[in-house]
Design a protein around this ligand. Structure first.
Ligand code: GLA
Length: 353
């Protein structure tokens, strides 16, 4: 295993950024300190050679100019908060609104647009990166200082582990995610509608016209949201107009908690994605209670790395998360983090080639 470092261009008002490439066995994962972003993930191909399975750009400035969150580590709050408003302990807070009337993915300059302090290390047979970020009280409207550590670890058997730990200086809200767009055939090999997906989720969150959950946990049974048995992603997609929904992950003993101040909930194996052409499979497990299945509906045909064009449905995101708009929904698993608590969650991606 090894860790390579090189420049990734300037961003953030002239600051230099870096690209770190973890190599373990036949796999490699490239991350930038700009947004703690997964820029590339290479896996071997059955017929020899390798493919890069995530959408990305070739320099930090392109990430800075994009609102697609390609591969980003997203915070403070993944997905939407209605009208950017919530109250906590009787106080009202206003967050930046950057998605129609709503707050999305941490606001105008979320964690995906910050340069994280990054340290690479080797551990057992694995190569790892520890990303650290400090978010001051008031940033994008959020209360309380917040320190976040995101650790990504790649092992030679094809397991990519992500672990989050965060602590705050005053009560706040938190839901971190990883926003990679996967295409198991290769990022430049067309769309994901033929991929097969299995999701261990018996319920999902219906949304209003601005993509805010209505509050209902609706059964998927028999409808277009039913992925409990693997099916082609494109099979029922037209009926939904493209997936951009949070699924409630089935878990023994009910929903996973907020992850604040407790031992991290156990990982639940909830997804398997398979590309029938390459035969590649990815399994995903998480301690979080939900996953946003997003089928790249807003990808507009922009130019990515290596001259690839990313059209609608070029990649698919499985964003593990607390539920969108949780701060306004007392009946959802709570997103509150308080001083003295540690917010802990983990997600594991396993690849089979
Ligand atoms: C999330 C959202 C989508 C979209 C993408 C980024 O997954 O749910 O609606 O905003 O991020 O483009």
């Amino acid at each position: 295993m090894s860790i390579e470092r090189k420049g990734f261009g300037s961003a953030g008002g002239g600051e230099e950024t870096r690209l770190f490439t973890l190599k373990a066995g036949p796999f490699s994962a490239g991350f930038s300190d700009f947004g703690a972003t997964l820029v590339a993930f290479e896996a071997p191909a059955a017929g020899g050679g390798r493919d890069d399975l995530v959408l990305g750009f070739s320099r930090a400035a392109d990430y800075e100019g994009s609102d697609a969150y390609l591969g980003a580590t997203v915070g403070r709050f993944a997905n939407r908060i209605a009208r950017g408003a919530f109250s906590l302990d009787g106080k009202d807070f206003r967050l930046a609104t950057n998605n129609g009337p709503n707050h999305l993915h941490g606001g105008k300059r979320g964690f995906d647009k910050r340069i994280w302090k990054t340290e690479g290390y080797e551990e057992g047979g694995a190569a790892a990166l520890r990303f650290e970020l400090f978010s001051p009280d008031g940033e994008e409207g959020y209360p309380g200082d917040l320190s976040v550590v995101a650790t990504y670890r790649l092992d030679p058997a094809g397991i990519l582990d992500l672990a989050f730990e965060a602590e705050c200086g005053a009560p706040t809200i938190l839901s971190l995610t990883q926003h990679a767009y996967w295409n198991l055939r290769g990022h430049d090999r067309g769309g994901i509608l033929d991929h097969e997906l299995r999701l261990a989720a018996s319920r999902y969150l219906p949304v209003d016209e601005t993509l805010i959950p209505t509050g209902e946990l609706a059964p998927v049974a028999g409808g277009p949201f039913d992925f409990r048995t693997a099916k082609r992603v494109g099979r029922d997609l037209a009926a939904v107009g493209g997936y951009d929904h949070c699924f409630v992950l089935d878990r023994e003993g009910g929903l996973a908690g907020s992850g604040a101040g407790e031992a991290a909930p156990a990982l639940v194996d909830f997804a398997e994605l398979r590309d029938p052409e390459s035969g590649r499979r990815m399994r995903v497990a998480t301690s979080l209670p939900g996953v946003q299945l997003y089928t790249g509906n807003f990808l507009s045909g922009f130019l990515g790395k290596g001259g690839a064009r990313y059209h609608k449905h070029a990649g698919l995101c499985l964003e593990t998360e607390l539920f969108p708009d949780a701060p306004n929904r007392p009946d959802f698993p709570q997103a509150t983090l308080r001083p003295g608590q540690v917010w802990r969650h983990a997600t594991r991606y396993s690849f089979f080639v």
